[in-house]
Design a protein. Structure first.
Length: 317
């Protein structure tokens, strides 16, 4: 079983608006609503992969009730902590004629220390016997930036393997707490290492730098692939995996699907390169669908044979 944690859960509304222009009145041709937040997106992908998963986190107000209802309608097992403040709503506008995707995200609720303590108590219970706990997404207001780092250390003491996917200071502090796996996208990785990443050597440097900060394994996700540093036994693999180009409908959540499929491969005890190839195929398939965490596993399976996978070797000075 895998437990996913979304501290800043959201109700995601995606509006399809052909020929969208700022400053004009439009009428959407389609409205699509899902429970959202990175941990929830990972849970949705795991559900499609038929991996046992429980989604938890914080939800509040009528929006929080709707988030839980949406998850229940998808048959995603969930056990959220109810908080006093209102959960956030995120709105995206998709223009299929221009190929644009515009997001407007609310900050999210204010969370009290007592509500955070209740979440950790629930996490202690849910993580018993879990293969992984995934901590993913932004943090709401009033939540200390050290929350993920504290949670990683707390769960490590309980011998739980933790996966972390966030950004900014919460990600940096969390990496220093030595999670089992960290999965920043390219922009987030660039913030961590303090420079732009343009070629294989840059990404190799970033993988090693993030591992030296504390992460045991590292996935740097891109829209059509990823770079990975994976430690299996005594061996360290540095891999590059890319999928053939597809015309995306929406790339939002592709990294969450990639992580979900990669963890599925680890649970199945696949070789690291095999797990990574499947993960990149799944992440690529997800860009063809609206709604983060949604993808067609059968279509992803057709992409696997076309994944370009290579092992990279650091240049020794």
């Amino acid at each position: 079983m895998i437990v996913t944690v979304t501290v800043n859960a959201a109700l995601d509304r995606t509006l399809t608006v052909p020929v969208f222009q700022i400053g004009f009145r439009h009428r959407s041709s389609e409205v699509f609503t899902l429970a959202g937040g990175k941990g929830i997106n990972v849970a949705r992908a795991l559900k499609r992969l038929e991996v046992p998963v429980v989604a938890t986190g914080l939800t509040g107000g009528r929006t929080g009730t709707r988030i839980v209802e949406e998850l229940t309608s998808e048959a995603i097992l969930n056990d959220f902590v109810r908080i006093a403040d209102e959960s956030r709503t995120s709105t995206a506008v998709v223009d299929p004629t221009g190929g644009t995707y515009t997001e407007i995200n609310e900050w999210g609720p204010e969370v009290t220390p007592g509500e955070l303590d209740t979440l950790m108590e629930k996490l202690h219970y849910l993580s018993q016997g879990a293969d992984f706990v995934v901590l993913a997404g932004s943090l709401p207001r009033k939540v200390p930036t050290s929350f993920y780092a504290d949670a990683v250390r707390d769960l490590a003491r309980r011998e739980v393997r933790v996966v972390l996917d966030s950004e900014g200071e919460p990600l940096q502090l969390g990496v220093e707490a030595a999670p089992f796996l960290v999965s920043p996208n390219q922009r987030e990785a660039e913030q961590l290492v303090g420079q732009e990443l343009e070629d294989d050597d840059d990404f190799l440097m970033a993988l090693d730098a993030i591992a030296e900060m504390g992460a045991r394994n590292v996935l740097i996700t891109l829209e059509n692939g990823c770079f990975a540093l994976l430690r299996f036994g005594r061996k360290t693999h540095r891999l590059r995996a890319f999928a053939p180009h597809v015309e995306p409908v929406s790339a939002v959540g592709s990294g969450d699907v990639l992580v979900a499929q990669f963890l599925t491969g680890l649970v199945a005890e696949l070789r690291p390169e095999e797990a990574l190839g499947l993960a990149v195929a799944a992440g690529t398939a997800s860009v063809l669908e609206l709604g983060a965490g949604r993808f067609d596993p059968l279509y992803a399976a057709t992409l696997v044979s076309n994944i370009e996978l290579a092992e990279l070797h650091p240049v020794r000075s």
